[in-house]
Design a protein around this ligand. Structure first.
Ligand code: CTP
Ligand code: K
Ligand code: MG
Length: 181
């Protein structure tokens, strides 16, 4: 596959993992997952991780995976590359895994004394990728093996931080997010 094919495939296949965090920002609020509980001097997760945001993010990512599967033939024609469809468990793994990775990152942020909203460069940009890939691997192993070739994985790890900085900058500029990360 040429570089264009690798990049298009990488972005396509990760879209169901990119959308959940943004959907959670729009839908978040209500009861925090940790219910206010603390560990040591800090909250377990903090008020930024809510049940509603997590559910909305997961459903948004799953819905996008279903939509992309329907669009895959037309999109493949358009770009001249065979773009993958998403089995339900693959879409669920990517979407829920992205939320899980973000939640895991908040746990680590609180343990390292960072307040809600504090930046943790590197972790902020890759937490959801690691979570999404790990969950997709567990829930849809054969799909994972066929889809994530080494070049596609490399493109994901390179491009995701860039896309993350860009989309969060836009969300901040639109006043949807309190910080640009
Ligand atoms: N959000 C949510 N549930 C999630 C993830 C996000 O409700 N599982 C919502 C919250 O309103 C959160 C906002 O999306 O404040 C932005 O998400 P994020 O930047 O991940 O959270 P922060 O508030 O920055 O908190 P943290 O420092 O724990 O990342
Ligand atoms: K985050
Ligand atoms: Mg934040």
């Amino acid at each position: 596959m040429d570089v264009f094919g690798v990049v298009v495939t990488a972005v396509w296949v990760m879209l169901p993992a990119y959308v959940p965090n943004n959907a959670a920002v729009l839908a978040g609020g209500g009861r925090p997952i940790d219910g206010g509980r603390t560990m040591g001097d800090s909250r377990l997760l903090g008020d930024g991780k809510t049940w509603r945001g997590t559910l909305a993010g997961t459903l948004a990512g799953l819905a996008l995976a279903i939509l992309l599967s329907v669009l895959a033939p037309a999109a493949s024609d358009l770009v001249g590359h065979a773009l993958p469809t998403f089995p339900l468990l693959a879409g669920l793994g990517l979407a829920f895994g992205a939320m899980l990775g973000d939640i895991g990152a908040s746990f680590l942020k609180r343990r390292s004394g960072r307040e809600r909203g504090a930046a943790f460069p590197g972790l902020d940009q890759l937490d959801f990728v690691v979570g999404a890939l790990a969950c997709a691997l567990v829930l849809a192993p054969s799909w994972f093996g066929a889809t994530f070739t080494v070049p596609v994985l490399a493109a994901i790890l390179l491009l995701t931080p860039l896309l993350h900085v860009l989309t969060n900058g836009i969300a901040y500029g639109l006043g949807l997010k309190n910080e640009p990360w």
